[in-house]
Design a protein around this ligand. Structure first.
Ligand SMILES: [Zn+2]
Length: 235
């Protein structure tokens, strides 16, 4: 996938963020939604089983961003599509920018769990769940490498050290890739254009006691500002 490097810049945490206004003003999105299904290059469909049926009229109005805390896209999609796991989500975005849709966007998935935000609870019935392939929070080892909960090691250049919005001290987080952030931005944009989306939140904002995803390595504030804050002028 072609990455437009002039559209990337560093934020204070050392995370690549988009020059979102530039990207938003470009009309050429290669993603489109037809009959609740996403189409585009690098998009495939693998059906998740767990759903609570159709959204009520006017919903979904929220996008919930997650990380998979997994080792690769295929294994995470397998977890999210297996009925026995009691979870599901609408989309997963790989580290190369590939997207797997697992649930049509008119059906409720099971990604939010117990959740509260802005006076509403149970966010599955309000939201589309987007999972990013990412190992999650990492532990620093004596040899200078960083270890995931499933035992894989990552080098320092794959890690962001930052304070989580719900925590006090810096910890270590697997970086998202530039391709993945660009593709997730475009996915959010097409969902906002197609559905009446007014809110983008992290799982760690709607379930702060239970969840740390997507964590400080995801430029959530930059996404909100570009996709929702300036919606009247940029879209
Ligand atoms: Zn989550």
């Amino acid at each position: 996938m072609l990455i437009e490097s002039k559209m990337l810049q560093w934020n204070k945490k050392g995370i690549f963020v988009l020059t979102f206004q530039e990207r938003s003003s470009k009309s050429k999105l290669d993603l489109r939604i037809e009959r609740y299904h996403l189409h585009g290059v690098g998009v495939r469909f693998q059906r998740a089983i767990n759903t609570s049926g159709e959204f009520e009229p006017g919903l979904p109005d929220t996008l919930v961003i997650h990380f998979t805390a997994g080792s690769n896209l295929a294994s995470s999609v397998d977890v999210l599509t297996s009925p026995e796991n009691k979870v599901s989500a609408h989309f997963a975005v790989g580290r190369n920018g590939d997207i797997v849709q697992m649930m049509p966007t008119n059906l409720i998935a099971w990604h939010a769990g117990r959740s509260n935000y802005m006076g509403r609870s149970g966010y599955n019935r309000y939201s589309i769940g987007i999972e990013l392939d990412n190992a999650g929070q990492l532990e620093k080892r004596d040899d200078g490498l960083f270890k995931s909960w499933f035992g894989k090691s990552y080098s320092a250049n794959e890690v962001v050290t930052a304070v989580h919005r719900n925590q006090q001290t810096p910890t270590h987080w697997h970086k998202y890739t530039d391709e993945q952030l660009l593709r997730t931005f475009d996915l959010c944009k097409v969902l906002i254009e197609h559905h009446a989306i007014t809110t983008i939140v992290g799982h760690d904002e709607i379930a702060p006691k239970r969840k740390v995803d997507p964590g400080p390595a995801f430029p959530l504030d930059e996404f909100r500002a570009a996709l929702l804050g300036g919606a009247t002028t940029n879209l």
